[in-house]
Design a protein around this ligand. Sequence first.
Ligand code: DGJ
Length: 394
Amino acid sequence: MESKKFSLLFLRAKLARPGALLLAVGLILFAAHAADNTLVRNQFTPGQIWHDTAGQPINAHGGGILFHKGIYYWYGEAKSGRTFLPDCNKSWGGTRVDVTGVSCYSSTNLYNWKNEGLVLRAEPKSPEHDLHTSKVLERPKVIYNRATKEFVMWMHVDSQDYAAARTGVAVSTKPTGPFRYLESFRPDAGVWPDNATDNEKKPGATNTFARDFQKGQMARDLTVFVDDDGKAYLFYASEENATMHVSLLTPDYHHTAGKYARIFIGRSMEAPAVFKRAGKYYIIASGCTAWAPNAARMGVADSILGPWRELTNPCVGNDADKTFFAQSAFVLPVPGRENFFVFLADRWNQWNLPESRYVWLPLEFSATGDAVLSWRDAWQLPDSNQSLRAAAQN
Ligand code: DGJ
């Protein structure tokens, strides 16, 4: 009996051995893979999967960066779930995924990002809510109000078919949230743009901004920009995406203040990213081709409300006409590295939006002051001295 038991145990151990071996190999491979994902990074690798400090792919699309008290916060669309196939009869013709919320990652060096979780969450139980799962939440941007010590998030919220075209606002006392959703609205209701002509404003005028005068202007892709004097501005793709608007915000940054201008009239620009360099305002944007890449647009102005002058595509080299298969999201002036900017863009995967990648590139200025974006497989931030020397040469 005893010997039978022993031989059974022996047999089990023998049979288990290949399984155990496989398990061990699997564990080693898994550990090696996890270790690779959690590597401490010291460079940007545009277009590659970018893992956070826990080894998970970063999920913060169409986003922007806030630098606060020595820490960078990266906010973006947390995309997950299945992609809805396009309805080709619709002019927006694109896919979307259910709203899950806005994600936030923190970093001290821009290379390595810790997931701070969802700082604004979808409202799956309230079908009427702007943030209901079935709707659209895109391009969240967070700015800090020095006067009120509040973090204010602006985002494009929309109906499933992108017809609502509204801006949403949420606030928090901490950069890592939770953000409290305030409301959505169409900006600048009942106000004429500063640069509208008398003809465009007269009763019966058929232009799009006159059509939307009462209920407010259409607002899709957006960004917010805080100027040196603390005044903040909203840039939004309006008038059926044909014309960009720039609108002053109220001192609390919760609303548009009723002063705005139409810029790049009829140029159909979206995905705006705005920054200031040597006293001039710059915008990088894209054309309107849904999720498909196109040639970047650029503009410059002496005054933020315009007039704006269009420049040429800053991208050079192969695939410049497709912005390296990416679309602008944000331009980050790197603190402590004077005159150095990072261009942040999304390489959308329209058939699987959560799988979309990030393309971050250095935005350089030539000796004549022209912006240049060129492709890099991998690159690092210059040290402060280098960038100061580069700045001195410009
Ligand atoms: C282009 C915009 O930039 C994106 O944010 C998104 O709205 C897609 N269009 C939808 O087609």
